[in-house]
Design a protein around this ligand. Structure first.
Ligand code: S3P
Length: 430
């Protein structure tokens, strides 16, 4: 039985919240902490299902990781060559980041592994990492000629590569950099737009030797990584649901504390400001090599805009909730260059078009985006999550401006990235 929830429209959202830790940074802290020498302590680790998949995979490879209360992890690093062959298949659950980054790392180990995932992850494209890793000498097999998991990986000696990726993907870039730690010679990755650079920042923080220039990053192999204290900032992708919620509900005033505002991730702030949203960054500071701020947001009248190019890469996970903002903005919003949305946890263009239309929005799907005509208010109805955490939470935000109750089906998936989403939403609605 899947769980459903019915929400009604809300008055102004008020108060202060802290959203859970960044998902991308939490994954990388386990990976690099495990490969480092000595102890790594991670503060503010996101205890969502995706990150727990990564945590269990590293435990299965012999890494001692202790979970303390309040999202604190203590990892006893085993060094670059200390991982052990796991006794069973590694289950990545719903997490594309776990599967793709680990494919790079495991391709270079001296043992055999099999990676699998849930029904959604087993449908997602894997050749984007399998192909360039094969050029480095990796031996990886998968269904559909290596395109789909389960993936079987026979670790081997790798050579460095200079790779020009056709897509801007942090998962591709990071998989190659993790493989490149073990390769003979340097590994360089170029991408059409700079995707999130958490791997580069954290590798440098742990002591790796890498340089960035001309839209590319180059890593020197065989570094000695050293255990660190990692402070994980709040996830801007989780904050985004509350930013949009506060903007679209008149009379709202909400402070979201301690949010990561890395420029490769902060496209959602630029987009919402361009739409006329009253969003202010307060107390900007630095946490373990990542920029952070508190964000003050007030209810605003939004207007439609055109979104394309590198702004899409900088806001890639926020389009479900950006489309909710656009559905209630004045005029037309056009989203282009966003074909990657079709291969996320679900096809997010198809899913948002279908569910927003149920609520009376005027949305049309394009091959690489959406055209959205704003309406004054949404209507009630029954909508689905498509098993995708970000679709479920976006529909919850939409419900705050619906004239009648909205029932969201299959909401359990929010635990993937935001286990306390529903409690926080109740807290700020009061
Ligand atoms: C992620 C990279 C992005 C993003 C995903 C997390 C990461 O995917 O959509 O949620 O942690 O590296 P792509 O690299 O495929 O764009």
């Amino acid at each position: 039985m899947t769980q459903s929830l019915t929400l009604t429209a809300s008055g102004g959202l008020r108060g202060e919240i802290t959203v859970p830790g960044d998902k991308s940074i939490s994954h990388r802290s386990i990976m690099l902490g495990s490969l480092a020498e000595g102890t790594t302590r991670v503060h503010g680790f996101l205890e969502g299902e995706d990150n727990l998949s990564t945590l269990k995979a590293f435990q299965a490879m012999g890494v001692d990781i202790i979970r303390h209360a309040g999202g604190m992890l203590e990892i006893q690093g085993r060094g670059l060559h200390g991982l052990r062959e796991p006794g069973d298949v590694l289950d990545c659950g719903n997490s594309g980041t776990t599967m793709r980054l680990m494919t790079g790392l495991l391709a270079a180990q001296r043992f055999f592994t099999v990676l699998t995932g849930d029904q959604y992850l087993r449908r997602r494209p894997m050749k984007r990492v399998v192909e360039p890793l094969s050029l480095m000498g990796a031996r990886i097999w998968g269904r559909d000629g290596g395109e789909r998991a389960p993936l079987a990986i026979n670790g081997s000696a790798l050579q460095g590569i200079e790779y020009r990726s056709a897509i801007a993907s942090a998962q591709v870039k990071s998989a190659l950099l993790l493989a490149g730690l073990y390769a003979q010679g340097e590994t360089s990755v170029y991408e059409p737009h700079l995707s999130r650079d958490h791997s580069e920042r954290m590798l440098a923080f742990f002591g790796a030797d890498l340089r960035t220039r001309d839209g590319g990053v180059t890593l020197s192999p065989q570094p000695r990584l050293e255990g660190r204290e990692v402070q994980v900032p709040g996830d801007i992708s989780s904050a985004a649901f509350f930013l949009v919620a506060a903007l679209i509900v008149p009379g709202s005033e909400l402070l979201v504390r301690n949010v990561g505002i890395n420029p490769t991730r902060s496209g959602v702030i630029d987009i919402l400001q361009q739409m006329g949203g009253d969003l202010r960054l307060l107390d900007e500071r630095n946490l373990s090599g990542e920029p952070v701020a508190d964000i003050l947001v007030r209810g605003s009248s939004l207007r439609g805009i055109v979104i394309g190019g590198d702004l899409v890469t900088r806001a890639i996970d926020e389009f479900p909730v950006i489309s909710v903002a656009a559905a209630l903005a004045e005029g037309t919003t056009l989203i282009r260059d966003a074909q990657e949305l079709r291969v996320k946890e679900t096809d997010r263009i198809a899913a948002m078009v279908k569910e927003l239309c149920v609520l009376g929005a005027r949305v049309e799907g394009l091959e690489d985006g959406m055209r959205i005509e704003g309406v004054a208010d949404l209507q009630g109805g029954r909508v689905g999550s498509h098993g995708d955490h970000r679709i479920a939470m976006s529909m919850a935000v939409a419900a705050l401006r619906a004239r009648a109750p909205v029932t969201i089906e299959d909401i359990g998936c929010t635990a993937t990235s935001f286990p306390n989403f529903w409690q926080l939403l109740e807290q700020v609605r009061k």
